[in-house]
Design a protein around this ligand. Structure first.
Ligand SMILES: C[S@@+](CC[C@H](N)C(=O)[O-])C[C@H]1O[C@@H](n2cnc3c(N)ncnc32)[C@H](O)[C@@H]1O
Length: 263
């Protein structure tokens, strides 16, 4: 598939899944397997984002790319920042505007941000670039650099290729099954901390930090039910605490890869 086809597919997919995302945030989804590890991992990522936000002056300008239903945008706004969302799916942005009419959400994609150069102190993107191919990720990194102020920070998540939920392996099995059935399976960009560092430095960012969060095997444990998942988390926390991995190999095996780059 071409870069623009992959990009369009991601938008279509979120048009279809918008209600699922809305229900996840408004606590209407009871799917333990998906929602519990999602919430747990999300809270760990927010810990790192909070540390970055605390370094910014109050009222600093923040851009939330792929702002979806707007819940992350609102969380940032609640901490006193001047935040706007950019989102291409009309269904997702429709929910965001209904959920938070006081916030601003613009239509747009990550590689063509509808804002002037050097406008933002911080650009965030949670669970967005995984739907784009490498070329579009590169285009995005360049575009974000354009809208960041000098020394501005870019904070985003990616999918670790070697995460210990073995999603990489299961994704390709599922993709083959879809192909046999003549159906299109969503695109997924798998990467590594070293590859991300290389891409951002090549794009001209001055420094890059990568952090792995959450033992990915927690997702596997929740497949066995809530009780098994909760017990497993207690065990993991005894061993690894809040699972913040900054070194090889744990960083590459974690369930979430956080990338923080400075312009
Ligand atoms: C999994 S959702 C995450 C939403 C939100 N960031 C969050 O974490 O709650 C991914 C979002 O990225 C958006 N998206 C897809 N392709 C995009 C693109 N090329 N540029 C910007 N956003 C995109 C989707 O429409 C969707 O709202």
């Amino acid at each position: 598939m071409r870069t623009d086809q992959i990009r369009d597919l991601a938008i279509k997919r979120h048009d279809i899944d918008a209600e699922f995302f809305q229900n996840t945030y408004t606590d209407k989804v009871k799917n333990v397997k998906k929602v519990h590890p999602f919430r747990y991992g999300r809270n760990l990522i927010l810990e790192d984002l909070k540390k970055i936000l605390e370094q910014l002056p109050s009222g600093a300008r923040v851009l939330d790319i792929g702002s979806g239903t707007g819940h992350l945008t609102q969380w940032i706004a609640s901490m006193g920042f001047d935040v706007v969302g950019v989102e291409p799916s009309s269904e997702m942005i429709g929910f965001a505007r209904k959920n938070f009419p006081e916030l601003k959400f613009s239509e747009g994609i990550s590689s063509a941000i509808p804002y002037p150069a050097e406008k933002f102190d911080l650009v965030v993107a949670f669970e967005v670039f995984r739907y784009l191919d490498k070329k579009e990720n590169f285009n995005t990194y360049q575009e974000v650099k354009r809208v960041l102020k000098k020394d501005g920070i870019f904070f985003f998540t990616q999918i670790n290729r070697y995460a210990t939920d073995y999603y990489y392996f299961f994704y390709y099995i599922k993709k083959i099954i879809y192909k046999i059935r003549n159906k299109v399976y969503h695109y997924c960009f798998f990467t590594t901390p070293a590859a991300q560092k290389g891409m951002l430095l090549t794009t001209g960012y001055s420094s890059v930090q990568t952090i792995g969060r959450m033992a990915a095997s927690i997702r596997v444990a929740y497949k066995l039910g809530k009780k098994a998942g909760d017990m497993y988390i207690r065990l993991i926390e005894k061993i690894y605490g809040k699972q913040r991995f900054t070194k090889w190999p744990m960083r590459s095996l974690a369930g979430h890869l956080i990338v923080i780059a400075k312009k």
